[in-house]
Design a protein. Structure first.
Length: 431
């Protein structure tokens, strides 16, 4: 079976066999047109098709080509911001609802993997790693937020020796173990969702970048549409799920997210014994720096290590070597291991680092900006958008009440401003 075109990542090299879907040709009508074939779009399409909706999904490249098929594969409890901060924005009741949605997102992911027999190496276990003593204060606040605020009892604080038992490195002074978070093969998960969506009746068209949209006039009752180079889809509802790759389809939405490039490396196979010696329980790890590093083992006994970022839109020279140097800072015992794969891609962040869900019109919905927590939360966004299209918008409205502002400076100056801000945070990480 032929494979679609993906970057030269370890994920692509180890992807399960999958069909290549044709490009859109001509004009179609449907109930719902979904733009974007990542976790958000695929989950929305699957949820709707399973309930009898006629769904067309348009993907510019191949399903899972963007962040959904390139990310670190970590399933992390909660959001990018502490729940106490979120409560100040939306109130205690909505904050509790958002917490519950985050927990449901993890359960939903596990249920989909099992029900659709998605071979994506789903594994539970995760730890935040403290590089400095002040990180232990942040960990205490995080644990208190989850345990006392929301009754989450799946975490355990680790001292230096406890962390060393989880990660064979002298770098960390402690950490927080979370048995309710985990990791998976992100591209295989996306491809599994695509197979499930197709089986449910979704018509998927790949290599079909959308060049223009109409969200439907608010007061005229006109239906939304999406145009590609060789086709047009008219629908009763439309979902925009392009995330960092939304581009210029909606300038108003593009101002609320910032595409940020992040990078990963994969070592050559280390062998089962050496791989297990690095991370004995096969958990995923993220450190507590602002410019963080994250890593885990692969099913074929490699180390997958991520963390290099670019906020400028330009890939800095020597990134592969810089990533290897960061890896050796954690695991100097890998000095003789070769780097077999190096890849990157864009994720979308928002100003407040919370997912952004909303409407462009009564019939056009969007979701994006998961800010590093998209493996689980994108699926939840797909579910609540599907609910809203089916006529039950209460849960969607909770997400839409989270306040969001555009990045300052417009398209011209927002990137330089963010780069300067990130330099300050990187300097802080070094102190």
């Amino acid at each position: 079976m032929p494979k679609a075109s993906y970057l030269n990542s370890w994920y692509a090299a180890s992807a399960t066999a999958h069909p290549v879907h044709p490009p859109l040709e001509g004009e179609l009508r449907c109930d719902v047109c979904v733009v974007g074939g990542g976790y958000t779009g695929l989950t929305t399409a699957l949820e709707l098709a399973e309930r009898g909706f006629d769904v067309v999904l348009l993907e510019a490249q191949s399903c899972g080509w963007g962040a959904s098929g390139r990310n670190g594969g970590q399933i992390i409890t909660g959001y990018n911001k502490p729940m106490s901060t979120i409560a100040r924005w939306v109130g205690k009741e909505d904050a509790q609802r958002l917490w519950d949605f985050g927990e449901e997102a993890k359960d939903q992911l596990a249920e989909r993997v099992e029900r659709h027999a998605i071979a994506c190496d789903l594994t539970w276990g995760f730890a935040y790693a403290a590089v400095k003593p002040r990180h232990m204060e942040d960990i205490a606040t995080l644990e208190r937020d989850m345990r006392d605020g929301h009754g989450y009892a799946r975490t355990r604080r680790l001292d230096r020796e406890g962390m060393r038992a989880q990660v064979n490195s002298d770098l960390y002074v402690g950490g927080l173990l979370d048995e309710g978070s985990g990791h998976l093969h992100p591209l295989n998960y996306a491809l599994g969702l695509a197979r499930a969506a197709t089986a449910a009746g979704v018509r998927i068209f790949e290599t079909s970048p959308v060049t223009a949209i109409s969200s439907g006039a608010i007061d005229s009752g006109a239906d939304p549409w999406a145009r590609t180079a060789r086709g047009l889809v008219r629908a009763k509802h439309m979902v925009l799920a392009g995330n960092a790759y939304l581009g210029g389809l909606s300038p108003a939405l593009s101002r609320t997210i910032m595409p940020v490039a992040t990078y990963l490396i994969a070592t050559e196979p280390l062998g089962a014994e050496q791989a297990a010696s690095l991370i004995p329980r096969n958990i995923a790890i993220t450190d507590m720096n602002f410019a963080l590093n994250y890593f885990r083992r692969s099913a074929d006994h490699r180390l997958l290590f991520g963390g290099g970022v670019s906020y400028s839109g330009v890939d800095a020279p020597g990134l592969k070597l810089a990533m290897r140097s960061k890896m050796l800072g954690v695991f100097p015992q890998l000095r003789d291991a070769q780097v077999a794969y190096f890849w990157g891609g864009q994720v979308a962040i928002t100003m407040n680092r919370m997912p952004h869900l909303g409407r462009l019109s009564p019939t056009t919905l969007f979701a994006h900006g998961y800010s590093g927590h998209g493996v689980a939360l994108a699926g939840m966004a797909g579910r609540v958008m599907a609910e809203a299209i089916r006529g039950t918008a209460e849960r969607f409205d909770v997400f839409s009440r989270v306040p969001h502002l555009p990045f300052p400076g417009g398209r011209r100056f927002r990137t330089p401003a963010l780069v300067l801000a990130m330099l300050w945070f990187r300097l802080r990480d070094l102190l």
